[in-house]
Design a protein around this ligand. Structure first.
Ligand SMILES: Cc1cc2nc3c(=O)[nH]c(=O)nc-3n(C[C@H](O)[C@H](O)[C@H](O)COP(=O)(O)OP(=O)(O)OC[C@H]3O[C@@H](n4cnc5c(N)ncnc54)[C@H](O)[C@@H]3O)c2cc1C
Length: 494
């Protein structure tokens, strides 16, 4: 027997880490497991201001210990079983285009990159349903659909940044034509989910039924806190035959809100209504080249020409009755052609600029109140920092609309702690003003880490029910801990 050198004895946690690494490698192949620090940082990062700011300051984002890249549901199951046995946190990641810190790993653990689950499993051309692996990105699915004359009708601003179908559903996403075609939550028919225990659950093939309460919509919007979505069936549409454009100016945003209300409550269905306040139409002019500033509305109708003509005539009449002045089709067409331009490299806001997007949603009766309350709160309470507030309304419903509102502080404090504190205070003041005025936390960006602290304020005692569901389905709290306000893992020693 050789002498044991106790000075070099491996620590329990290092041994455990090596042990788990080897088990993960056996489960999915060593090529698909990584502990490389740069990759761990990339996996944890997203498009939140927090992530961009920490990177800008070279401080690093809270990252996992392992990255796994499973190729299919069975591999996801194997990883989840292992994570459940060792009570290791698991953070699912699609394209990492989220804006709420949803891919941060504040408790370490396993970052699960789902982009290898990119199979197109079936395109049912009779029912117009596409079934895909959750990790496929929008443009890849779109080009396969386009080849069959179909489209997903889901074009978020992050379309060319790698956002995945699983991410659309997990974070209740919305695209530019949602007013007619719905959000991801309306388009999804069915999901397959690997639960924290490693078991697989498949919801029913149709989203409308009376067979009890709805499992599908419990997973939709759960942002990886209840399980890993591995497969998704989405409604698809025929590519519209044609498009028609309108644009209008208004004396103020409130007249524009009334015009939007009239369009929607008369049950017309344009695919796009975008109403910009003065500050945001100036931004649009700078980015896309629309030849107008002031309160601006862009409308797009699609379908066959007869439907377009009818809708455009009816919409024009309603908008003019609310005080709108027609600017003709050009502004709308320029917007449609340049719609991804504001998200192009170099145009997106970036640190040291301090910014945040609220995307508040509310009923028509509350919209003007919410807009005024938030603008006032941001611009007066943070006047010493020269805080700016801009807004447009771009997803409209039968009952209300979403205000895509942002704050900007051009020269935030240089000290990271002060800048982070200012960021959080801006969110606090904006969110509270919105909720007090009758608004809902947000419409389509999800909650992540950033907004978790507002979940109780938003849901009241409903949040306790959400927490007990989480505790029942994920008793050790290993699924994406720290997100949606659910707090840390419960029993993990990791
Ligand atoms: C420039 C820009 C523009 C944007 N525009 C829009 C827009 O117009 N509309 C919109 O809705 N959003 C928009 N977003 C936000 C973001 O793109 C969406 O939320 C998108 O749906 C996220 O998809 P993802 O695959 O990148 O998800 P990720 O960022 O990877 O993940 C988001 C959250 O979902 C969880 N998750 C991801 N995939 C799964 C899965 N398969 N199973 C379980 N949990 C999962 C993650 O754990 C995380 O909590 C924008 C973002 C940027 C940066």
């Amino acid at each position: 027997m050789g002498n044991l050198d106790v000075g070099n004895r491996v620590s329990g946690s290092t041994f455990l880490q090596g042990h788990v690494q080897r088990e993960l490698e056996m489960a999915i192949g060593s090529k698909f497991v990584s502990l490389e620090p740069r990759e761990l940082q990339e996996q944890a990062s997203d498009w939140s201001w927090m992530s961009k700011y920490l990177q800008y300051k070279n401080l690093g984002v809270p990252a996992a210990d392992f990255i796994v890249r499973p190729a299919n549901t069975s591999e996801v199951q194997a990883i989840m079983r292992l994570a459940a046995d060792y009570k290791i946190p698991v953070v699912p990641r699609g394209g990492g285009t989220g804006t709420q810190g949803g891919t941060f790993a504040p408790y370490g653990g396993i970052a699960m990159d789902l982009t290898r689950l990119d199979e197109i499993i079936d395109i049912d051309e009779t029912s117009l349903v596409a079934t895909v692996g959750a990790g496929i990105d929008g443009p890849t699915l779109e080009s396969a659909l386009n080849a069959k004359g179909l489209t997903l009708s889901h074009y978020p601003g992050s379309y060319h940044l790698g956002a995945t179908i699983g991410g659309f559903v997990a974070a209740r996403g919305s695209g530019v034509v949602s007013t007619k075609y719905g959000k991801a939550e309306d388009q999804v028919l069915q999901v397959e989910v690997v639960m924290p225990s490693g078991e697989v659950v498949t919801t029913m093939p149709v989203p409308s039924h009376a067979a009890g309460s709805d499992l599908l919509q419990t997973f939709v919007g759960s942002e990886g806190t209840l399980g890993v979505i591995t497969q998704v069936a989405m409604r698809v549409d025929r590519i519209p035959e044609n498009y028609g454009f309108l644009s209008f100016s208004f004396p103020d945003i409130f007249a524009g809100i009334e015009a939007g209300r009239l369009i929607m409550t008369n049950r017309l269905r344009p695919s796009v209504i975008r109403l910009y306040d003065e500050a945001d139409s100036q931004k649009l002019k700078d980015w896309v080249g629309t030849p107008f500033t002031g309160t601006l509305m862009v409308v797009m109708c699609d379908g066959n020409q007869e439907l377009i003509d009818y809708e455009m005539r009816s919409i024009t009449k309603l908008v003019e009755s609310a005080g709108g002045t027609s600017l003709g089709p050009d502004v709308g067409r320029i917007w449609w052609e340049g719609k991804y331009e504001p998200y192009a490299k170099g145009k997106l806001p970036q640190p040291p600029l301090l910014y945040g997007t609220f995307d508040t949603v509310g009923r028509f009766e509350a919209l003007s109140r919410i807009y005024s309350a938030k603008k006032h709160a941001i611009e007066t309470e943070f006047a010493e920092y020269g805080a700016r507030y801009t807004a447009h309304l771009s997803h409209w419903y039968d009952w209300g609309a979403m205000i895509y509102d942002r704050f900007y502080v051009d020269n935030p404090p240089a000290d990271p702690e002060e800048a982070m504190a200012l960021h959080d205070r801006l969110w606090d003041v904006g969110v509270r003003a919105g909720i007090e005025a009758g608004g809902i936390l947000n419409d389509h960006h999800g909650v992540g880490m950033k907004l978790g602290r507002f979940m109780r304020l938003q849901h009241g005692t409903g949040f306790d029910l959400m927490k007990s569901l989480k505790e029942a389905w994920d008793p050790d709290g290993i699924m994406n801990p720290g997100k949606l306000g659910f707090g840390p893992p419960s029993n993990s020693q990791w």
